[in-house]
Design a binder for this molecule. Structure first.
Ligand SMILES: Cc1cc2nc3c(=O)[nH]c(=O)nc-3n(C[C@H](O)[C@H](O)[C@H](O)COP(=O)(O)OP(=O)(O)OC[C@H]3O[C@@H](n4cnc5c(N)ncnc54)[C@H](O)[C@@H]3O)c2cc1C
Length: 483
């Protein structure tokens, strides 16, 4: 496929329309513009067409047609990816799952649900809550992102610390391969919880749409904890808050969530949500403790003590469910709130061992100075998962260049500290070069061989993830804002 770019003939358009209906094939430039990028807005590639199938049969037929025509396919959920993983590099047919959003069944006795891949994450938890259950992975984008997208990026969220990421909550899935064949991987809806053989379900989770199109997902549901206590703790600085995080984990306490926001983010979030965050704090932790009601007060007292020893200046406890929800709404809206203070921002996603949180925040500050860019910080601190938000203005190419350089240096430092170049947002287009720094040639070759086993021609979401793809992707013209 190297060097090719694609256009849709009238015959192809009509054939796709016969499968999904005319109104579900988009091909005019003004309609395609919406799909030229995801939430990583630095690179823009116009797809050849967007097709919106209504059920797995239509997905299969679309994929089969694209296979016979040699057209690349790009699976797409809600397009909230922060790494450019749904950009149609060189063109290709975006297969949007957004019409396939049904919850097919909820089985409260076996604590499972079967959903279509386009089901919105939050809608599943809302439906499951009628049975006293939840879908645990709760990305901050959960009001928009889809279960298929969560599977493809192995999403986490604030509660990942205690409950794990998407892979820990997916039992099985249906996958349409790039030749149109359908396979079911992992536990089937009618089976018990074990699936023998190689864990191909696990291989698909986190594969960023490069192994096929997920059409249905069988997920695990869990009951919420019997009781919760949500603390908001203010510190003079990020360094002191980081020390408290280490102290809490060292004490053997695993909160449901342990999140951090720095001063710049607190200001942006306060302006948007008016929660009443402590003004002047250098950082806040949101610490959600879970367990049986009788033990929670003691646990909270212990956590407060650890925070005070780390120099906390204020500790508050959410007293009502309404207050807790307001706090989480503000935290989960943090990325969006930054839009109030900067025309653009680059959301980075790296991981360091928790014990290095203070060190990486020092490094981020140094990068901010070195490149002359403002950086705000939101961390899933309990996991060591950092999200520096690097502010820039896309109208100024030099700012774009500096923001990218700062982001790269931060991620390289994460690797040096024994961490990872992504915690949850994936590699996509953005971080392809960095994968080479994290893995050796043998590991990368094995991953690519596995990919070829699923998709021999590499037609499914091409030019993503692997460093060699970056070099190919650079061949294609992109509506990149700068440098
Ligand atoms: C404000 C904001 C907050 C966020 N917070 C978090 C967070 O807390 N935790 C987190 O993990 N992420 C977070 N993200 C990133 C993003 O929301 C997640 O990666 C999410 O899982 C993407 O879902 P989506 O439906 O939007 O997928 P898309 O963005 O449409 O696609 C993402 C990738 O999945 C593939 N894909 C999508 N659907 C399918 C399918 N059915 N079959 C095969 N491949 C598919 C695509 O090809 C692409 O590679 C956030 C993003 C934003 C904008």
């Amino acid at each position: 496929m190297e060097g090719m770019s694609f256009s849709l003939s009238e015959r192809q358009r009509k054939a796709l329309s016969r499968i999904v209906g005319e109104s579900h094939v988009l091909w005019r430039e003004e309609d395609l513009l919406v799909y030229e990028c995801d939430a990583y807005t630095l690179e823009k590639h116009l797809p050849t067409a967007v097709v919106l199938p209504g059920d797995p049969r239509e997905v299969r037929e679309v994929v089969r047609f694209c296979a016979t025509e040699g057209l690349p396919i790009i699976p797409r959920g809600a397009g909230t990816s922060l790494s450019g993983s749904v950009a149609a590099v060189g063109g290709g047919v975006v297969v949007s799952l957004s019409r396939m959003r049904r919850i097919l069944s909820i089985d409260p006795r076996n604590r499972r649900a079967l959903v279509e891949a386009g089901c919105v994450n939050l809608h599943l938890t809302q439906a499951a809550s009628r049975y006293g259950l939840v879908f645990a992975p709760d990305p901050s984008s959960q009001g928009a992102c889809t279960i298929g997208g969560n599977v493809a990026t192995n999403s986490g969220g604030p509660h990942t610390l205690r409950y794990g990421v998407t892979t820990n909550h997916v039992l099985g899935l249906e996958l349409v391969l790039s030749d149109g064949q359908t396979v079911w991987l992992g536990v089937r809806p009618e089976e018990g919880d074990d699936a023998p053989g190689l864990d191909l379900r696990g291989v698909v989770i986190g594969s960023e749409g490069m192994l096929g199109i997920v059409t249905q997902v069988l997920v695990r549901l869990i009951p919420p904890p019997p009781a919760r206590k949500t603390l908001l703790v203010a510190f003079p600085s990020v360094t002191e808050a980081s020390r408290a995080v280490s102290a809490i984990i060292e004490a053997g306490i695993v909160p449901g969530a342990l999140e951090m926001m720095d001063e710049l983010i607190i200001r942006a979030v306060e302006a948007t949500y008016q929660f009443g965050f402590p003004q002047g704090a250098g950082a806040v932790l949101i610490i959600e403790l879970e367990g049986v009601p009788s033990g929670l007060d003691r646990l909270a007292a212990k956590v407060e003590d650890l925070c005070r020893k780390a120099n906390a200046c204020e500790v508050r406890v959410a007293t009502t469910e309404k207050e807790r929800n307001h706090l989480w709404k503000a935290r989960k809206g943090a990325f969006g709130a930054v839009g109030r203070i900067s025309p653009n921002y680059l959301t980075q996603d790296g991981v360091v061992p928790r014990s290095h949180l203070a060190e990486i925040t020092g490094w981020i500050e140094a990068c901010s100075k070195k490149y002359g860019v403002t950086i705000g910080n939101v961390f899933h601190a309990g996991d060591g998962n950092i999200h520096p938000l690097i502010l820039y203005d896309e109208q100024d190419p030099d700012q774009v260049r500096r923001a990218l350089a700062a982001g790269r240096e931060i991620l390289e430092r994460c690797l040096e500290l024994g961490g990872s170049v992504t915690g949850e947002h994936g590699i996509g287009l953005e971080k392809m070069d960095l994968l080479e720094k994290q893995f050796g040639a043998a590991e990368l070759a094995l991953m690519q061989a596995l990919r070829r086993a699923f998709d021999p021609q590499g037609r499914c979401n091409p030019y993503k993830m692997f460093p060699s793809s970056r070099r190919c992707a650079d061949f294609f013209p992109r509506r990149q804002i700068a440098a």
